[in-house]
Design a protein around this ligand. Structure first.
Ligand SMILES: CC(C)(COP(=O)(O)OP(=O)(O)OC[C@H]1O[C@@H](n2cnc3c(N)ncnc32)[C@H](O)[C@@H]1OP(=O)(O)O)[C@@H](O)C(=O)NCCC(=O)NCCS
Length: 253
């Protein structure tokens, strides 16, 4: 998906990908707490020890609230996000589950996808050699051609995990039961799960030294991209995420 600045025709539902650099987030989190509702801050403090994992979870929730607030007009503190027992955040108590969203983070990047239907995202910076060593756990003979390519193990891992997350099951879906009818590195490929069409399409791109995979219910005409960064909001070191300008990513390449 090469960035472009022109808006394309909206023949199909659009997707919006939001990214935040985690090195800036880690620095902000050392200065003070995030601008989250108090019960959410308490829950995160109880669940995670101080450190990077807690900062990722804080930034993930800030980004969900801020991006959903911009998409729906709800005040950020009132966006009705809840986390289910399996750890998946989703909207609660709204007439429709719109917008759908999903979050991913690796050691350096936080990513959120918003869509009008079920969607999943995965960013992956784990080394190709590491994933290749365990490839027989998440790949089968149907993946042989894609796996044999340079970067194929990480591309497939990211693609499959984004499908598993769009299904809502996470790794419990069984990554070795997810396959693609095309090449997700070149086109929005149809995903199959347990031998049947999953009703999902997946596209993987290389972003610097990581792979980013996005899964959606339909091939989007446009993928919008917005980058976010932490900003201090008060003298006690509180911080929030604020967006930069949006661009469009073309998906036809
Ligand atoms: C959810 C899961 C896919 C995350 O994988 P990961 O590579 O560690 O993490 P990612 O950064 O890509 O995604 C994490 C985000 O996925 C989201 N998520 C959690 N559970 C999810 C689910 N079932 N479906 C979709 N998204 C989910 C959350 O937003 C989470 O971020 P947060 O904790 O900051 O809120 C994986 O941990 C999982 O499937 N866990 C449940 C099953 C399990 O524990 N299996 C053990 C081995 S089979």
């Amino acid at each position: 998906m090469a960035p472009s600045t022109g808006a394309g025709p909206h023949r199909a539902p659009s997707l919006h990908v939001h990214l935040a650099d985690l090195s800036a987030v880690y620095a902000a989190a050392e200065q003070g707490p995030p601008e989250l509702p108090a019960p959410e801050n308490t829950a995160l403090r109880d669940r995670y020890a101080p450190g990077r994992r807690r900062a990722q979870a804080q930034a993930s929730r800030l980004l969900v609230r801020a991006a959903l607030s911009r998409a729906t007009g709800w005040p950020a503190h009132r966006v009705p996000v809840v986390t289910d027992a399996g750890g998946r955040p989703h909207l609660s108590g709204t007439p429709a589950p719109w917008p759908y969203f999903n979050v991913s983070h690796d050691s350096g990047l936080l990513a959120l996808v918003l869509g009008t239907g079920p969607c999943g995202i995965d960013v992956e910076d784990t080394g190709e050699d590491v994933l290749r060593e365990v490839a027989d756990r998440f790949c089968g003979t149907a993946d042989r051609a894609l796996l044999s390519e340079p970067g194929g193990a990480r591309r497939l891992w990211a693609a499959k995990e984004s499908v598993a997350k769009a299904l809502g099951h996470g790794l419990r879906a069984g990554l070795s039961t997810i396959h693609f009818t095309g090449h997700p590195g070149r086109e929005w490929s149809e995903a199959t799960w347990r031998g049947r069409p999953a009703g999902l399409r997946t596209r993987v791109v290389k972003l610097g030294d990581r792979h980013l995979a996005v899964t959606a219910a339909a091939v989007p005409a446009v993928v919008r991209l917005t980058r976010w960064a932490p900003h201090p909001t008060g003298p006690d070191g509180r911080w929030e995420l604020r967006p930069g300008a949006s661009t469009h990513m073309t998906t036809g390449c």
